[in-house]
Design a protein around this ligand. Structure first.
Ligand code: SF4
Length: 337
């Protein structure tokens, strides 16, 4: 099922087949029929080189945020049975994969309990001494971020202290219109709770600029929340209509030029706060999981570049002393490995 009003095969004529995320059996049929093109083979090889094993634990969404097409195109929430997920983890090629990434449109509303799954994954890795360095999960909805999950992140050594919690707007009226299910008071308290429990946890976010009816003041409130929370990264996007959504019935009345000006301003503020956060890491030693030659990520998901030594460090944990900080990149010197 494609986004209402959108003809994907027409828009992307170079793509051989379109398969909805909730119809994996169609992919199996396609492959059985020998439908693997050279392009797909190239893609699978590229994915195959990753050290991160991505495991979808749930898909779809029941939230119906006013601007979002996901519940219409991906359907209602569906959670995979926990045993099936643990079996997939068990079958992982641990020679290749060093990180497990649990994925879901709304990963923390996983029906059988994300905290429980994190505990079981941690127990499996630890008891069987599998060479997995890290566990991550994404994307979390702020309203579903319960204490059990925060505690699991705090307590489980392999689970990285990284939370992607899209705030989407800095104005309560806008959040209500967006049908987000929380207000800023709730969001602030949630972040304070995470930071009190897990000092140094990275918080990243998404914001939408120019939602229908957004005033200058409401936009200014978005800049305010970006500064106040001081996100470690924040994706900014200008609102655009998604046919079939509730917001599509509203007049898209913020002129494009205004949206673009606001977007530029928001990006500058994000740059400012992320630069400030990264400056604090200058001189510190960070544990980096190497995912490419001379590049890796901290537990807080920050990209770190370092001068590689001669040995192949892919998939290994190394220590890097941070010497240079940019808003989107840290650089430093390799201490071991
Ligand atoms: Fe669901 Fe996220 Fe879309 Fe909201 S923005 S409807 S939570 S996928």
């Amino acid at each position: 099922m494609t986004e209402p009003g959108r003809d994907l095969p027409k828009d992307f004529p170079h793509v051989d087949i379109f398969i909805a995320p909730n119809q994996p059996e169609r992919l199996v049929e396609f492959l059985k029929l020998g439908g693997v093109s050279s392009k797909e083979y190239a893609l699978s090889r590229k994915i195959g080189e990753s050290i991160t094993k991505y495991i979808t634990i749930m898909h779809g969404c029941d939230n119906f945020c006013s601007y979002c097409v996901v519940p219409y195109v991906r359907g209602r929430e569906f959670s995979r049975p926990m045993d099936e997920i643990l079996e997939e983890i068990k079958q992982t090629d641990f020679n290749q994969y060093k990180e497990i990434f649990l994925l879901g449109q709304n990963v923390n509303s996983y029906k059988y309990g994300l905290a429980d799954l994190l505990h079981k994954t941690e127990a499996f890795i630890s008891h069987d001494t599998y060479p997995i360095s890290r566990i991550r999960f994404m994307t979390s909805h702020p309203k579903d971020m319960v204490d059990d999950i925060i505690n699991a992140v705090a307590d489980l050594p392999h689970v990285c202290e990284y939370f992607h919690l899209p705030v989407q707007h800095g104005d309560d009226d806008m959040l209500k219109k967006m049908n987000r299910g929380y207000n800023l008071d709730y969001y602030r308290k949630l972040i304070a709770k995470i930071r009190a429990k897990i000092p140094g946890a990275a918080i990243t976010s998404d914001v939408i600029i120019g939602y229908p009816g957004e005033t200058d003041q409401q936009f200014a409130n978005t800049l305010k929340i970006i500064r106040e929370i001081s996100f470690d990264a924040c994706n900014t996007a200008a609102y655009s209509v998604r046919p079939g959504t509730a917001a599509a019935k509203l007049a898209d009345d913020v002129p494009d030029q205004v949206k673009q000006q606001r977007l530029q301003q928001a990006m500058l503020v994000v740059d400012e706060v992320t630069q400030n956060n990264n400056n604090k890491l200058l001189g510190t030693v960070q544990e980096v999981l190497v995912d490419k030659k001379g590049t890796g990520r901290t537990r807080t998901n920050k990209i770190v570049k370092f001068t590689p030594n001669k040995s192949d460090l892919l998939g290994q944990l190394v220590n890097v002393k941070i010497a240079t900080a940019k808003s989107w990149l840290l650089q430093g010197d390799l201490l071991n490995g």
